[in-house]
Design a binder for this molecule. Structure first.
Ligand code: SAM
Length: 350
């Protein structure tokens, strides 16, 4: 029945081609650049902001996992990329990590980063064990490739899930890979663009695209949005320019019930930021990651100009006044891009 549904969906979409190959070759071609080059990028602060957000999220979830059951912690990083989160897992003191991604070159870079990390670590530091898998996680079953039969405490899927919403079969396979090997009480966490926000901005635009000097989102049509295969192009400073698909969140929530997953948190980035930044520990991490000397939530100081000469005005992108951004850091353009995203946490019911 599901195959028939997919066929119906793709026929209404005039046959969406398989984008897995495009995605893999795009990410395989991306070069790793050093800190000096990264700091020159117009999305330097946005990358740092995203990393801050992921660090806080990962820290919170690890705390919950350990609070519920002390013992070894095992994690699946679904769509791990080049291993941008390896240090976060190291800092979190986990015991085992499985890294999976469709892009072979990225998986190899992730593996060598991990090996490097192990080599350079202090003899007394116990670094987690790891397995690396190259697989299209929206087509292949990961459990068949795992070295052990262990269950995961956490599956982390950062900036990845939207690639799978090409069809119901793919979205379901990705979800199955994320959730079927989770322990009862385990978490599926991630970040993805908010479909409502994308559609809102598209509908407000007088063309089929919107964006600014750092990002561009373009659709093929507007007015009607199929549940699967609703494709758009997202390009961000040449970092991502492969097709993505709208993730209609209520549908994801519904689909997740098949795997006994219950939604426990869904927040837009600005909401997550606003709540977490109240804590001193998160504020000082923000300051460190943004390479600021000081960052005060109470008195964030004067907003700095970005390259367009405009200021950060959070309320324009958050729909609410009073959200204090890491001003002096994220430019208005970066915030316009970052505020599209949401963070989610599902938990497996016992
Ligand atoms: N999670 C990493 C991070 O936060 O830095 C990488 C995010 S990057 C924007 C998206 C990643 O998703 C890429 O590494 C890409 O290869 C991977 N990806 C996309 N579709 C995938 C699929 N079907 N199976 C596995 N990985 C996929």
């Amino acid at each position: 029945k599901r195959r028939r549904d997919d066929e119906e969906i793709s026929s209404t979409n005039k046959q969406v081609p398989d984008h897995g190959v495009k995605v893999a070759s795009h990410y395989n071609k991306l070069q790793e650049v050093g800190l000096a080059a990264r700091s020159q990028s117009r999305i330097f602060f946005m990358r740092n902001f995203n990393n801050w957000l992921k660090s806080v999220l990962i820290g919170e979830i690890l705390e919950q996992v350990r609070g519920a059951e002390p013992g070894p912690v095992s994690v699946l990083d679904l769509g791990c990329g080049k291993g941008g989160d390896l240090l976060k897992w190291r800092k979190g003191g986990i015991d085992h990590l499985v890294c999976a991604d469709i892009a072979e070159v990225s998986v190899e870079q992730c593996r060598s980063r991990y090996e490097d990390m192990r080599r350079r670590s202090h003899v007394r530091e116990k670094i987690f064990t790891a397995q690396f898998i190259t697989a299209d996680c929206s087509k292949e079953l990961l459990s068949e490739k795992l070295e052990s039969t262990e269950l995961f405490d956490i599956c982390s899927c950062q900036f990845v899930y939207h690639y799978s919403f090409e069809s119901e079969t793919k979205a379901d396979m990705m979800l199955r890979n994320a959730c079927e090997r989770l322990k009862p009480g385990g978490f599926f966490i991630g970040t993805t663009p908010d479909a409502f926000e994308l559609v809102k901005r598209l509908e407000a635009s007088d063309s089929l695209s919107f964006g600014n000097q750092i990002f561009d989102v373009s659709f093929q049509s507007k007015g009607s949005y199929p549940l699967f295969g609703c494709q758009y192009h997202f390009s961000l400073e040449g970092v991502v320019n492969v097709p993505e698909f709208l993730v209609y969140f209520p549908l994801l929530e519904h689909m997740a019930k098949r795997y006994r997953m219950r939604l426990v948190l869904k927040q837009r980035f600005w909401q997550f930021f606003q709540e977490r930044v109240k804590k001193e520990q998160h504020r000082s991490l923000m300051a460190k990651m943004m390479a600021l000397e000081t960052y005060s939530h109470e008195d964030p100081g004067q907003p700095s100009e970005d390259s367009t000469g405009e200021y950060c005005h959070a309320k324009e992108y958050c729909g609410r006044a009073g959200v204090k951004l890491p001003v002096g850091t994220l430019s208005r353009s970066e915030w316009e891009a970052a505020s599209i995203y949401l963070v989610f946490v599902f938990q497996k019911m016992s």
